[in-house]
Design a protein around this ligand. Structure first.
Ligand SMILES: [Fe+2]
Length: 334
């Protein structure tokens, strides 16, 4: 498999796990096409054409070494949650790394992080928050994030990869979609068919996930940030696992009105915590880097499965080797 095949797999899997469903994602892409067609020619020149095909602009390819024929065959991959110049240097030390995959966005993907945040409106709508309220409250937050990431030194890591000659890509929202879908399947309905009654029961279920078991060992296992173990969960929403970054704190009141009792998230700011307390919503933090690892693992499992199949076909019998770094915990489910 080559870098473009791996990027295509990431986007395809992200779409299949997307809470909007395939039709919702297609509608999102169709709107982009409509916007593009309305632009003047100079504006079309500036328009990011990738957005016509890729619904996750925070997840892309940043460097292809020797792009003739799509670059080299990928056999050894360095995967990390945050990839910076230090990890690029590490790749050089390790040797024979064909591709570096980051989870969190870098380069142009970071500059366009806000583009994926509209997904949160649909996720909230899925859990019963009226779409006009979700969109109204998220609009302000999305523009705040867009301004916030604007000042970053976006190309720092990309430049390092180019200087040292590494293929570089990232998969952010596709992997977060995979983690959200995994947790939704785990929680709703639960494996034994019984409702999850108390917040402590929810924590117990999360603690069975291997990535969270590993996180417990280093002190960052699933935790209750708002509420207490005896509280009843009510309706559980996976509204803070995917969609770029944290949404609007004003949403908690609306979520409570929509009947949501408990939110499972990756992380929560103090401002969000206070608003959730006021709205009497329990907040369970599954864990940030552990949840990131969960989504990346599901993606890599399929990558390994496909590379194994293609290596058997070509008679090479060599599947992709994964090396973890930067907080990523590899757990194989294949
Ligand atoms: Fe993350």
């Amino acid at each position: 498999m080559k870098i473009q095949d791996i990027q295509n797999l990431s986007i395809k899997m992200g779409q299949e796990a997307d809470f909007r469903g395939k039709e919702g994602v297609q509608k999102f892409l169709d709107n982009k096409k409509r916007d593009f067609q309305k632009l003047s020619l100079p504006e079309q020149e500036e328009f990011d054409k990738e957005s016509l095909e890729n619904p996750y602009l925070d997840s892309r390819i940043y460097n292809i070494v020797d792009p003739s024929d799509g670059g080299k065959e990928i056999k050894k991959v360095l995967v990390g949650i945050d990839i910076g110049p230090a990890e690029i240097l590490m790749a050089k030390e390790i040797g024979n790394i064909d591709l570096i995959i980051a989870h969190h966005p870098i380069g142009k993907g970071l500059a366009q992080l806000a583009d994926v945040m509209g997904l949160q409106c649909d996720v909230l709508n899925f859990y019963g928050v009226p779409i006009n309220i979700a969109e109204g409250l998220m609009r302000e937050k999305i523009s705040e994030v867009a301004r916030g990431v604007n000042s970053a030194n976006h190309q720092r890591t990309v430049d390092a990869a180019k200087l040292l000659g590494f293929n570089l890509m990232n998969s952010h929202t596709p992997c977060d979609n995979l983690a959200a879908r995994f947790l939704r399947n785990l929680i709703d309905p639960p494996a034994d068919g019984k409702e999850i009654e108390r917040v402590s029961d929810l924590i117990d279920i999360l603690k069975e996930v291997p990535e969270y078991k590993e996180a417990i060992k280093i002190g960052v296992g699933p935790k209750i940030f708002v509420g207490n173990p005896q509280n009843r969960c009510g309706k559980i929403a996976l509204s803070e696992i995917t969609g770029g970054t944290e949404g609007s704190p004003k949403l908690y009141e609306k979520m409570a009105q929509a009947g949501i009792g408990t939110v499972v998230g990756m992380h929560v700011s103090e401002e969000h915590k206070k608003e959730a307390e006021l709205a009497h919503i329990n907040i369970v933090i599954a864990g940030h880097i552990s949840s990131d690892s969960l989504g990346v693992n599901i993606f890599l499992d399929e990558l390994c499965r496909q590379s194994r199949a293609s290596s058997i076909e070509s008679g090479e019998k060599q599947e992709i080797e994964i090396i973890s770094c930067s907080g990523f915990t590899r757990v194989s489910r294949v």
